[in-house]
Write a new protein. Sequence first.
Length: 264
Amino acid sequence: MPPTSRRTVFITGAAAGIGRATALKFADSGYVVGAYDIDEDGLESLRAEIAGRGGRARTGVLDVTAPDEWKDRLAEFTSDDRRLDILVNNAGVLSSGRFQDIPTEAHRRMIDINVGGTVNGTLAAFEYLKETPGAQVVNLCSASAIYGQPELATYSATKFAVRGLTEALDLEWRAHDIRVIDMWPLFVGTGMVRGMSIGSTRSLGVRLNAEEVADAIFDATRGRRRLLPKVHYPVGRQAKVMSAAAQFSPQWLTRMTNRLLTRS
């Protein structure tokens, strides 16, 4: 790999929200950005915005639940030199409400996209990541992976799965010089939470924006060399407090705190 070749980042769910903000952040920092989504119009406006700011981007339609589409899009993006510095598994969906009131199809969709999409992408990207020195995978997790959240039960469960995958692969892929981390924001002011009113949003509010999460993702990828490796990155003051408290609180206190915050 030529030492002068530009660093690359491949981002899913890039047409809007956190994914879009992340694409702009990395493009502004000199990365060649691969931006992928099912929203073609959103991708086209993103590509034009990056180009207008002097950056470089490739875009394409990608259904993260389709393994063959992952293979095709990754092959296209890495066609010049097979370089893939960072994979950002951002694509995700959320349905909120009482567990029994959410349609079966919505539960299945969260599992297929949030978990299946992350597994599909990470697996498909491995052949490129292992050939790129110092490659990284960033999974969009959630503070709901700290303790199961009422009215977000299946969404929370998918983020626990992402957390477990991240922890396992960070250990397993060290042999390939691939770092695997995840981000734990609480509620972010994007279309995903628009109109959502559950106990935890009423108690905690929506205090993060997409740009703050994008900044945290970028900063996390810059912190490779640590005496004690860091895998989980809470984003925002609330998530940091909740994460720290969960590490030192007895289980009953964590449960009671979550019950009070979610008004359950």
